[in-house]
Design a binder for this molecule. Structure first.
Ligand code: NAD
Ligand code: DAU
Length: 361
């Protein structure tokens, strides 16, 4: 039987995947309850991501500017809205930033998750609330570490995080599991591969490359460009999370992935061709901008995910091919100049300067 929640508390709903998830739930599912979006609005958040939701779902969508590290403020949100489901996206999410400044990652990803778990325990377990509840924790395949040429990440793969970002996500996964085993808190966890699509902050590979092409700036490829990532269109991640919260047994963990491995350099060249075609340029026009730069420290070589469990038990399947997803994504960035302008603040320029400053080979 499917769960029927009356109030879903989404954390990090003004960021890339959180905003796509809220859109997915309101526009593409049978959900009839309310969503409360709790977000601190860090550099990667943008309330423009949800403008149409604010307009179309006035009575069913609420925004609360709250830091998940602030337990008192979070407590008020739990008391006021009495959520029966938490979908926890809020995190510091960029590996390069975690290398240059790990502290915010430890605070938000570990301590922030701990606060949410404590409040779910307080309002759901200690107050003996009767209706069905669920805490879904959104995590990453990076917790499993790095693969060589062969092999895959399974739900049973031992954790081996290697960056401050992935270590902080691994810590939060362990806490979520600990609350399930120790306090019977009803939880589920998902570990997903690299997402791409509309509303992604242009510090991540795909939107950064698209925007740099549009400005005819160098396309910085780390190391030899042979690192491999598995790419999934963001809406397919959202549909997987929706299926998990609707139908999964509590206590379960699911890998989510695109079964779509690409070497970075091949992906960047493919993107160059798509942007050239859309902009009426010659096929190889943007490839001259490719610039190999100094590698990311501890750069994980390859991620590859096996997601047979969610495919078999929940009948989830990816619906967007990579070819189609990349075209939709490039189109979206071409058509959304206002959004790009709004995100390219002074902070953005400072970040680009800082991250790429010493990368000349
Ligand atoms: P994002 O950086 O685009 O968005 C993160 C959101 O969390 C922002 O809106 C930000 O303001 C909010 N946030 C950060 N710190 C907060 C705090 N202390 N309190 C409240 N809100 C806070 O990130 P994303 O790419 O959308 O990732 C969302 C989640 O999905 C993360 O947990 C990430 O680890 C996970 N994930 C991401 C990917 C990916 O490819 N992007 C893949 C797998 C898993
Ligand atoms: O695997 C899931 C993870 O994917 C998520 O948990 C993270 O939140 C998300 O940021 C992403 O992490 P990556 O480090 O894989 O993503 P990023 O877009 O930063 O980099 C993708 C690959 O491209 C990686 O091998 C590094 C490389 N890269 C990245 C940037 C920003 C470059 O070569 N040049 C760049 O300028």
């Amino acid at each position: 039987m499917k769960r029927d929640f009356s109030c879903i508390l989404v954390t990090g709903g003004a960021g890339f995947i959180g905003a796509n998830f809220i859109r997915y739930v309101f526009y593409k599912t049978e959900f009839r309850g309310i969503i409360v979006n709790v977000d601190k609005l860090t550099y990667s958040a943008n309330l423009k991501n949800l403008e149409d939701i604010e307009r179309d779902f006035k009575d069913r969508y609420y925004f609360e500017k709250v830091d998940i590290c602030d337990r008192k403020a979070l407590d008020i949100v739990f008391k006021e809205y009495a959520p029966d489901c938490v979908v926890h996206f809020a995190a510091e999410s960029h590996v390069d930033r975690s290398i240059l400044g790990p502290e915010a990652f430890i605070k938000t990803n570990i301590f922030g998750t701990f606060n949410l778990l404590e409040l779910a325990k307080k309002y759901w377990i200690e107050k003996n609330s009767l209706s069905e509840k669920l805490f879904h924790h959104v995590s990453t395949d990076e917790v499993y570490g790095s693969l060589g040429k062969k092999g895959y990440f399974y739900e049973t793969t031992p954790y081996g995080p290697r960056s401050p970002y992935s270590a902080s996500k691994a810590g939060s996964d362990h806490l979520v599991r600990a609350y399930f085993h120790t306090y019977n808190l009803p939880v589920t966890i998902s570990n997903c591969s690299n997402n791409y699509g509309p509303f992604q902050f242009p510090e991540k590979l795909i939107p950064l490359m698209i925007l740099n092409m549009l400005e005819e700036k160098p396309l910085p490829v780390y190391g030899d460009g042979k690192n491999v990532r598995d790419w999934l269109y963001v809406e397919d991640h959202c549909s997987a999370v929706w299926m998990i919260i609707s139908e999964s047994k509590v206590g379960e963990t699911y890998n989510i992935g695109g079964e779509n491995e690409w070497e970075n350099i091949k992906l960047v060249k493919k993107l160059c061709e798509i942007v050239a075609e859309k902009n009426g340029k010659k096929r190889d026009y943007y490839k001259r901008l490719i610039s190999f730069v100094k590698d990311r420290p501890g750069h994980d070589k390859r991620y590859a995910i096996k997601c047979d469990k969610i495919k078999k038990t929940l009948k989830w399947a990816r619906s967007v091919s990579f070819e189609e997803g990349l075209k939709v994504t490039v189109d979206w960035y071409l058509k959304n100049e206002e959004w790009i302008k709004s995100i390219k603040s002074g902070e953005y320029h400072r970040w680009i300067k800082k991250n790429y400053k010493d990368r000349k080979k």
